[in-house]
Design a protein around this ligand. Structure first.
Ligand code: AMP
Length: 217
């Protein structure tokens, strides 16, 4: 049975890492709005150019274009067949409402929404030193998870880059927006009885065990 999951949490909490583990073990398709935006920027599309101006400042890309982009992905055959883990979407209550309408139309339900939490201190520590693959999105860290060859992805050999929005000033802005815009999304799902709170301070494998507790028998 395909799982349909959502990961919510501040930047640097480990959503991408958990999405990759969920893909590996549950065969769900990871859909990261941030990764998709960065691919659009890389390809220099109109959407990429629009998104870049917001992303570089740590602000949210407007709801309309974000919702449209994610719904298009949710309708792909692969996602319909294998389920999904959403990482970074929905980030506003409006996005969550639009997603609900889409899931109703598709006649599917969410299995679980996971809220990953850590202190701001841990966020800043994890983001300083984070690097991502420009092609496959694999995440590395200069001390916690260094690549085998400096600056190159272990998986696909492409170049690793430090994200432009992983600087202290933009991180502060992203944390502020998380509290104001995205924390209410967690409460929206809590009210629906779908939310699981997970302490994400431990290492990735332990956090994964907490995320999937009771989900797979
Ligand atoms: P992330 O990779 O999830 O940290 O996202 C990077 C940036 O992309 C965010 O700081 C936002 O500028 C933008 N972004 C990603 N997802 C969304 C979303 N659901 N709504 C609006 N903006 C988003």
């Amino acid at each position: 049975m395909p799982f349909r999951l959502i990961l919510i949490g501040p930047p640097g909490v480990g959503k991408g890492t958990q999405a990759a583990l969920l893909e590996e073990h549950l065969k769900v398709k990871p859909l990261s709005s941030g990764v998709i935006f960065r691919q659009e920027i890389e390809a220099d599309t109109d959407l990429g150019q629009l998104a870049k101006s917001y992303i570089d400042r740590g602000e949210l890309v407007p709801n309309g274009v974000t919702i449209q982009m994610m719904i298009k992905r949710l309708r792909s055959d692969d996602v319909r067949r294998n389920g999904f883990v959403l990482d970074g979407f929905p980030r506003t209550v409006r996005q969550a409402e639009a997603l609900d309408v889409e899931l109703q139309n598709e006649q599917v339900v969410l299995d679980r929404v996971i809220l990953l939490s850590v202190s701001d201190e841990v966020v800043v520590r994890r983001l300083a030193g984070r690097m991502g693959c420009t092609k496959c999105g694999e995440i590395y860290h200069s001390t916690n998870k260094p690549p085998a060859r400096e600056g190159l992805c272990d998986k696909c050999n492409s170049q690793l880059l430090v994200r432009k929005d992983d600087n202290p000033e933009t991180i502060r802005e992203r944390l502020r927006i998380f509290r104001e815009e995205t924390a209410p999304v967690a409460e929206y799902y809590r009210a629906q009885g779908l939310l699981k709170d997970v302490d994400a301070a431990g290492d990735a494998v332990d956090v994964y065990a907490l995320c999937t507790e009771g989900l797979v028998s």
